[in-house]
Ligand binder design. Structure first.
Ligand code: PMP
Length: 428
């Protein structure tokens, strides 16, 4: 009897964010096309969350697949210390030109592996920048309550302290948190610990994993001003919000920020292969360029600037900026607004909200990542053929840009049925 894929998986694998003790078997995916995943046995599932927000143009997009194949046949990988190559330079040129057009001073691209490493790089660069300018006591970071910036130690440190990483707090450097929207608290913090902070890190406009929480651009502008006055650097983590998720290429544009760093990953390659990038200003870069070798940025990954990943990034960028994709992004934003407006009228719905292609609603019930509501909603959506992965009691959609109006309607109808079945809203 040949063993099934599920049995082989159960025997040897350990999945991310998965409690194996619950014994829930993973779904077997054999292929993907457009916004759909095809399972063994032929069942199809609509990927309403772009597979953890990475996919931009649909699964197995032929143009990105071809760019990857061509690059793999030419140069698959080369050490990036002391060497360079066309895909790394060409992708950096695209990113820097776009950042410059948006009025920022970001001119340098440092490649890494994923969102977490892009964040680690920004944090380390910020600290080293101050240290090399004679202010090594600037070693605290400021982050926003409810934040999520990744799962490595530095990235966890700037994430919500009472969230699902709470266990690891004793291992992490101390970070000061302020609530999004609370500029006076930020001002007090900066005044209480003058000259102690290296940088403020924010997910501009939308805190993703923290529950698709949205904040006001006015707060971001105020925060930037306070940081400037206090000599504190600004890091915009665009790992989730970048690449038009919020309707603009970068979410910092909504507040017209001029960040010292931005971090990118996920959609950077269209969601095909991992790649991280940290963009920094020329001023930051200049503080490291010296004849003193100890001023080198001592950080790098085996696969930094992997040529295949960079080639995927260039192919994805071309698709993203084609008029057809730009029109779809606008249409998705319109359809998302309509879907959310409908959900807002549901008695079990709380805080229906949207920005660009992101739509979210809280469902009446126990909040928090470990509430049993999330897994129940997840199962119920899958039974209806839609992949949603609720964050506790938060239902949301972040679809790939190839999604049709009919598919968006199916996503929001599914959410409406989940609200119906939740039993919430009774007595209102
Ligand atoms: N920053 C943000 C805002 C994210 O949403 C994520 C991942 N969800 C990360 C960083 C970490 O990215 P990765 O999972 O690729 O390490």
């Amino acid at each position: 009897m040949p063993t099934s894929l599920g049995d082989r998986d159960r025997k040897f694998l350990w999945h991310p964010y998965t409690q194996h003790g619950l014994g829930i078997p993973p779904l077997e995916v054999v292929s993907g096309r457009g916004a759909w995943l095809e399972l063994a046995g032929g069942r199809r599932i609509l990927d309403a969350i772009s597979s953890w927000w990475v996919n931009l143009h649909g699964h197995a997009h032929p143009e990105i697949a071809a760019a990857i194949a061509a690059q793999a046949g030419r140069l698959e990988q080369v050490i990036f210390a002391g060497f360079t190559h066309e895909p790394a330079v060409a992708l950096a040129e695209l990113l820097v030109a776009a950042a410059a057009e948006r009025g920022t001073a970001l001119r340098r691209v440092f490649y890494s592996d994923d969102g977490s490493t892009a964040v680690e790089v920004a944090l380390k660069m910020a600290y080293q920048f101050h240290a090399q300018r004679g202010a090594p006591e600037r070693r605290r970071f400021i982050a926003l309550a409810g934040a999520y910036h990744g799962d490595t130690l530095g990235a966890m440190a700037v994430g919500e302290p009472s969230g699902f990483h709470a266990l690891f707090r004793p291992l992490l450097p101390e970070v000061d948190f302020v609530a999004p929207g609370d500029a006076p608290a930020l001002a007090r913090l900066l005044a209480d610990r003058p000259g102690r902070h290296a940088a403020l890190i924010v997910e501009p406009m939308v805190q993703g994993a923290g529950g698709m929480r949205m904040h006001d651009p006015g707060f971001l502008r105020e925060a930037e001003k306070l940081c400037r006055e206090a000599g504190v650097l600004l890091i915009c983590d665009e790992v989730f919000t970048g690449f038009y998720r919020t309707g603009r290429l970068f979410a910092f544009e909504h507040a017209n920020l001029k960040p010292d760093f931005i971090t990118l990953s996920k959609g950077l390659t269209g969601g095909f292969v991992p790649l991280g990038a940290t963009l920094a200003t020329e001023e930051i870069f200049a503080a490291f360029a010296s004849d003193d070798r100890s001023h080198t940025f001592m950080h790098g990954h085996s696969f930094s600037a992997n040529p295949i990943a960079c080639a995927a990034g260039i192919a994805s960028w071309k698709l993203l900026h084609a008029p057809a994709c730009q029109r779809r992004i606008e249409a998705i934003a319109t359809a998302t607004a309509a879907g959310i407006a409908r959900l807002a009228r549901h008695p079990a719905a709380r805080h229906a909200r949207h920005l660009g292609t992101i739509g979210a609603v809280d469902i009446e019930g126990p909040p928090g990542y470990f509430s049993t509501l999330g897994p129940r909603l997840y199962e119920a959506a899958l039974r209806r053929g839609v992949l949603l992965r609720p964050l506790g009691n938060v239902l949301y959609a972040v679809p790939p840009y190839c999604v049709t109006d009919e598919e968006i309607a199916l996503i929001y109808e599914t959410m409406e049925r989940l609200l119906d079945e939740s039993g919430g809203g009774s007595g209102r």
